[in-house]
Design a protein around this ligand. Structure first.
Ligand code: GLN
Length: 451
């Protein structure tokens, strides 16, 4: 199995991987074979998996898609990687992503963009573009990803695969290279909800090494997959179907909602009034946290160090100037600005207050419905290069995924069709499913019934 996927990776030309080491993979595969032969296997033993290059690994390089960490190898495995290793999964390599997970098109990677397997001229989405493209092109049967403001759901949507961002605090952030710590959350991307459930079973844990990890009883996320959906109330937020939504995406999403009605669900008109504010709120809070998290990359302890410098400050300055790409620098500047004395109250504190209101809107909505559904993104995947020099256009495209992250809620993307017209007919549309806290099993059930 590992060999089969390694061959596909080599032949693919999608740039989905940043680092592959066939010898290492085959070594893990041999160990898995031994476990299988000894009757010591889990449901996942011997199944290949690839990790977003945000999770640190001892045996593979860990780059976060950055020149800063181009040659970095971690002395330890991320908790998530450790869990999959223990389960006997076989690592295929590391997956390309936007630099430090900042982006919506994978074009911010130092290692170059990933191509969308459905249409090689389209972006795969981001920041987990490598994860989604690898699943879509069958370069791996399972992948890890991370979602800070949509990075699991949006690339899953653009590549026609299934991804789930669990409740904040369910999956350990230990060894996940930090972008915005109050938002970052790991999760799986795979072909189906059922596969995602199995992966989530191995991925989720209380981890004392992550200060925001939540201590909860172990649960089986696949337990409800086959429940029927009779009586399910689906909240359809008005604000997700406004002027910015492309007609072809709207049609695919509405058709999916109609199918849910046939499965016994009812649609409830709901309102998430602060949806639009999630963009400015997120693009204040995420850069603020990023500016703090990324201060560790100073050229002293690890990462890129400039070759020539006059003194310590000059070394910091040059190492960071050379090591970081433009989008990362932009976020550090914005973040330092909104946290600075005099602007903190006006921007950062204000954003935190609105963040709370956004979370409250969801709680009010969940009084009326069991799950919320809508589009993942306003359009299908756009052309490579189209928005590469336009950060604002990228930020605006995050409109439907940011609020879930700000509230810490679980969110999912499942494929529900394609765009329309000569160009978009090959580009997938994703349906977004949002649940209340810790309702991953319910989301997976609702997704599985559709699939
Ligand atoms: N597109 C968003 C950003 O650029 C979200 C990224 C993410 O979820 N990691 O910040």
């Amino acid at each position: 199995l590992a060999k089969h996927f390694l061959d596909r990776i080599q032949a693919s030309g999608l740039n989905a991987f940043t680092h592959v080491d066939a010898a290492l993979t085959l070594q893990q595969a041999a160990a898995a074979d031994l476990r299988l032969a000894n009757g010591d296997a889990t449901a996942l033993t011997g199944i290949p998996i690839a990790h977003k290059d945000i999770f640190v690994t001892r045996d593979w390089r860990s780059t976060a898609g950055s020149h800063m960490l181009e040659n970095y190898t971690s002395p330890f495995d991320a908790t998530v990687v450790e869990h999959f290793n223990k389960a006997g999964m076989v690592t295929l390599g590391k997956l390309n992503c936007d630099e430090f997970a900042m982006g919506s098109s994978n074009e911010n990677s130092y290692f170059g963009p990933v191509k969308n397997p459905w249409d090689l001229t389209a972006v795969p989405g981001g920041s987990s573009g490598g994860s989604a493209a690898a699943i879509a092109a069958r370069l791996a049967p399972a992948a890890t990803a991370t979602d800070t403001g949509g990075s699991i759901r949006q690339p899953a949507s653009f590549c026609g695969v299934t991804g789930i961002k669990p409740t904040y605090g369910s999956v350990s952030r230990y060894g996940m290279i930090a972008f915005a710590s109050s938002l970052d959350q790991g999760g799986p991307i795979a072909k189906t909800a059922e596969d995602c459930g199995m992966l989530l079973n191995a991925m989720t844990s209380f981890d004392p090494k992550d200060s925001t990890s939540i201590e909860r009883a172990k649960e089986d996320f696949t337990r409800d997959l086959n429940k029927d959906l009779k009586g399910l109330r689906i909240g359809v937020p008005r604000e997700f179907f406004g002027a910015g939504l492309a007609k072809d995406v709207e049609q695919a999403v509405r058709a999916a909602l109609a199918e849910y009605e046939e499965l016994g669900a009812t649609l409830v008109d709901i309102s998430l009034p602060k949806t639009e504010l999630s963009i400015p709120v997120y693009y204040v809070i995420a850069p603020a946290e990023a500016s703090s998290n990324l201060s560790r990359f100073d050229g002293v302890r690890y990462g890129h160090r400039a070759a020539d410098y006059k003194d310590l400050n000059d070394m910091y300055r040059k190492s960071r100037a050379e090591g970081f790409g433009n989008e990362v620098k932009r976020r550090i500047l914005v973040g330092a600005y909104v946290l600075s004395h005099g602007y903190y109250d006006a921007y950062y504190l204000q954003a935190q207050k609105i963040r709370r209101l956004i979370a409250q809107d969801f709680q009010a909505a969940f009084q009326q419905c069991d799950v919320i559904m809508g589009p993942v993104a306003p359009t299908v995947a756009w052309d490579l290069g189209d928005k590469a020099d336009d950060p604002i256009a990228n930020y605006l495209a995050d409109i439907f995924t940011l609020s879930t992250s700000l509230a810490g809620l679980p969110g999912m993307s499942i494929p529900c069709g394609f765009g329309q017209g000569e160009k978009n007919a090959k580009r997938p549309v994703g349906l977004q499913l949002i649940g209340n806290y810790f309702e991953e099993a319910k989301l997976l059930n609702v997704a599985h019934q559709f699939q």
